[in-house]
Design a protein around this ligand. Structure first.
Ligand code: NAD
Length: 476
């Protein structure tokens, strides 16, 4: 597989490659170029040269291309899902969902093609003003490995429909689906240079991209620590940034909640994508009066989850994506045991048996009675471990839930309207779910507060992240 610069598939300047490994089997899937500073400069230049042409097409023409691309993606959903499962590890059903999500997001932004017009503003006694919205120029999209297709769409949808050109930097572990999707966009008629992809290490490709003087905006999704580094680099060029960072989402289960629904929500919320979702349920607070019953049901649900190679249709949870994550989760659970940071009810080990021997598998794990200062509650647990804390009432649950540096999502499970309202008002998060968790939609703005980031993706608000607003004042 090669990088895509200016509509051509090319090798890196230094002719070096790195391996893409299947996390379920340890097998080599492909090799991609290890991009260099020179590759970044060439791709930025290509995006810069393509900008005037692309910006002068009508939004409807752009929508025509993106809509065609979404159609091709739908036709090839199954083969793209296989590629995604092979490089990322998620079960095929989840991969198909994600590919469909890519098409849905593109189509949503095609529907907004005529919507980004300016305003007419009457100025009392002195005339009027109008506002004009213009694309920014070359934008950079830097994305992680957990949902590479969906997050690619969250960035290219609003960026391209509003007339910007793009440089996309995929995660080092999962560039193949991104490259395949970019190739479909070219096939659908996207002009050369409008979308460029350079593969390679974040410290080289990512940093040089952020520093490039021709890049006007950076949309970054990844860890909070990397996001801070990106923000620091972007600040020197006073560039616009959108930062979609980590989270440690709380789920609050009240004593009047429908416990069956809450258990289903917790299982999906925590173990979808092997726990590697930014808005996964990472801390669960349950009222003590229903805790025993809830934990029992949860334990049974976890027992029924089938762990295995995502390529097999009946699998519920695949492996972790990479060795770093795998080592981290193993270390975390060892700490729980050694430092007495809770009681492991189920899971807690690397599964045994031949099928698991070469992948980054870990059992879905339930830890209860977790003390307040546990690493499980303080860090972003990006893997299949669910810490459960018993609380007396809603006040205690909200206080504990807000005791984090993050503020991405949160859910409250109750039938009581007052409790729901209080949760919505008092939980510090960019997205609050009522009696559900994890659901995202192209129509609904998505983004965190505090160390979970700045700015929004999805919904019409995401367009303004990629448009400059100019005010023209006229005197009468
Ligand atoms: P990461 O921060 O390690 O990497 C993200 C991207 O940044 C990759 O493409 C990487 O190569 C690049 N990068 C690394 N160092 C860089 C640097 N110095 N300069 C520029 N780019 C650099 O994150 P990850 O491990 O790939 O992803 C997991 C994280 O992403 C989790 O924290 C998760 O919560 C978060 N995430 C957030 C959202 C959201 O929308 N809020 C969505 C998905 C994932």
């Amino acid at each position: 597989m090669k990088m895509q610069i200016d509509g051509k598939f090319v090798e890196a300047f230094n002719k070096e490659f790195f391996d893409i490994i299947n996390p379920a089997t340890g097998e080599l899937i492909d090799r991609v170029p290890k991009g260099t500073e020179d590759d970044v400069a060439i791709a930025v230049e290509a995006a810069s040269l393509a900008f005037n042409g692309w910006a002068s097409t009508s939004p409807q023409q752009r929508a025509g291309i993106l809509y065609r691309a979404a159609g091709i993606v739908r036709q090839r959903k199954d083969e793209l899902a296989v590629l995604l499962t092979q490089e990322q590890g998620k079960p095929l059903a989840e991969a198909r969902n994600e590919i469909e999500g890519f098409a849905n997001v593109l189509e949503y932004y095609c529907g907004l093609a005529s919507s980004f017009h300016g305003d007419f503003v009457l100025i009392p006694q002195n005339g009027y003003a109008f506002t004009v919205k213009k694309p920014l120029g070359v934008c950079a999209a830097i994305i992680p490995w957990n949902m590479p297709a969906l997050i690619m769409a969250w960035k290219i949808g609003p960026a391209l429909i509003s007339g910007n050109t793009l440089f996309l930097k995929p995660a080092s572990n999962t560039p193949l689906t991104n490259l395949a999707l970019a190739s479909i966009l070219s096939e659908a008629g996207l002009p050369p240079g409008v979308l460029n992809i350079v593969t390679g290490p974040g410290e080289v490709v990512g940093e040089n991209l952020v520093k490039s003087l021709k890049v006007k905006k950076i949309s970054f999704t990844g860890e909070a620590r990397t996001g801070k580094r990106v923000a620091e680099l972007a600040a020197s060029g006073m560039k616009r940034v959108t930062l979609e960072l980590g989270g440690s989402d709380p789920m609050l289960v009240c004593d009047d909640a429908n416990l069956e629904d809450a258990v289903t929500g917790a299982l999906r919320g925590r173990f979808y994508n092997c726990g590697q979702t930014c808005t996964a349920v990472k801390r669960l607070f349950v009222f003590e009066s229903v805790a025993e019953e809830f934990i029992k049901k949860l334990e049974t649900g976890i027992w029924n989850l089938k762990v295995g190679n995502g390529m097999h249709e009946n699998v519920d949870m695949g492996p972790l994506n990479n060795s770093r994550q795998w080592e981290y989760i193993k270390e975390l659970v060892t700490d729980v045991e050694e430092k007495d940071e809770g009681r492991i009810v189920t899971g807690g080990k690397v599964p045994e048996g031949g099928a698991y021997s070469r992948g980054y598998f870990f059992e879905p794990t339930l830890v209860v009675d977790v003390p307040k200062d546990s690493r499980l509650l303080k860090e972003e647990v990006f893997g299949p471990v669910l810490p459960v804390v018993r609380v007396k009432n809603l006040d205690e649950a909200i206080e504990a839930a807000n005791n984090t540096c993050y503020g991405l999502g949160a859910s409250i499970w109750t039938k009581n309207i007052d409790r729901a309202r209080i949760g919505c008002e008092q939980l510090n998060a960019g997205i609050i779910w009522l009696n559900q968790h994890l659901k995202v939609a192209p129509e609904a703005p998505f983004g965190g507060t505090r160390e979970s980031g700045i700015g929004k993706e999805n919904g019409p608000d995401a367009l303004s992240e990629y448009l400059g607003l100019k005010t023209v004042m006229l005197k009468t």
